[in-house]
Design a protein around this ligand. Structure first.
Ligand code: C2E
Ligand code: CA
Ligand code: CA
Length: 284
């Protein structure tokens, strides 16, 4: 402890200090990464539970550092959100997706199935993650694009919104409605965790609810979690919202989700996220 002023004793908070130091250093490195274009995209298929056809690919960012290391989002997204750098990063992701959509236009995608055969993919969408806190800026970024590019995006992109810290999705109703007017589909990510709430689904015109992987993971071993998943699916259905289960790793989980009437799924059971390099091998 050290003295501060006359009668105040302040304890040096090592943990907090380290977090601050780490944040500053990640912030600087991110600044460089943005300038040097070190972000790359991975793609994970989202499939129909009913017939196992590929409906979409979720776009997941990775940071490829100078020395070739692949850094996962858990290491930098939160820092980027706190510094605001995520605004720039999310734009970069969307522009890369736009470029990819143009590249695969009129081409066929054949994605390998578990059995080594190939699945034809048609009319596929791309699901991108956008931090809700900066959704206003994101909307004006879209407004600044050419109408043609905006149309290409809105036709092909689902916007996933996660709340890690507060009720931003709820307070940004207007921006979400503008995105919907532009033609984008909206998903609420990590539903049931964090701050996502039931009021969203009655007041915002959401298209998808994504059921978080922690629930899918426990669904078969905990009856209460099983009932929770069932409730989420039933509530969603009441409002005409589709459900997407995340983190499906086993056949049993998939079969259970089918019984419960879940619409779509993604997870290691069918495929982990694959690099853009690999993804592009499947474009013919
Ligand atoms: P998320 O949106 O919930 O993405 C799903 C995460 O689950 C991904 O982690 C994915 O790789 C992982 N996953 C997929 N299948 C399985 C499975 O079967 N089992 C398990 N245990 N995990 C599975 P990832 O790629 O590390 O991304 C972490 C989070 O970072 C994402 O969570 C998302 O919230 C955020 N994120 C990723 N890319 C972006 C981005 O471009 N912008 C923003 N704002 N956030 C992003
Ligand atoms: Ca997501
Ligand atoms: Ca999620």
């Amino acid at each position: 402890a050290k003295k501060e002023g006359k009668n105040k004793i302040v304890f040096f908070d090592r943990e907090k200090y380290e977090t601050v130091v780490q944040t500053i250093s990640i912030e600087e490195q991110l600044e460089k990464a943005i300038k040097k274009d070190e972000f790359i995209l991975y793609f994970q298929p989202i499939l129909s539970v009913k017939n196992n056809s590929i409906k979409a690919f979720e776009v997941l960012i990775r940071w490829k550092t100078e020395d070739g290391q692949i850094v996962l989002p858990e290491k930098f997204i939160q820092v980027a959100e706190s510094t605001g750098q995520i605004k720039e990063i999310d734009k970069i992701v969307v522009l890369k997706v736009l470029k990819l959509i143009k590249k695969i236009e009129n081409k066929k995608i054949k994605f390998p199935s578990k059995k080594g055969r190939f699945k034809n993919v048609s009319r596929v969408k791309f699901s991108v993650n956008i931090t809700p806190r900066f959704i206003k800026e994101f909307v004006s970024f879209l407004t600044g694009l050419t109408e043609e590019d905006r149309k290409i995006l809105s036709k092909n992109v689902v916007i996933e919104l996660t709340e890690r810290e507060s009720f931003e999705v709820y307070t940004e109703k207007e921006s979400i409605n503008r995105l919907k007017k532009m033609g984008f589909k909206i998903a609420i990510d990590d539903f049931g965790t964090g701050y996502s709430s039931l009021s969203y689904i009655s007041e915002l015109k959401i298209n998808y609810l994504k059921i978080d992987k922690i629930f899918i993971n426990k669904m078969l071993s905990d009856r209460r979690v099983h009932r929770l998943v069932q409730s989420i699916i039933n509530i969603a259905r009441t409002f005409g919202i589709k459900t997407v289960a995340e983190g499906v790793e086993t056949k049993r989980q998939l079969e259970e989700l089918k019984k419960l009437g879940c619409d779509k799924y993604q997870g290691y059971y069918f495929s982990p996220p694959v690099s853009q390099e690999e993804f592009e091998k499947y474009i013919g």
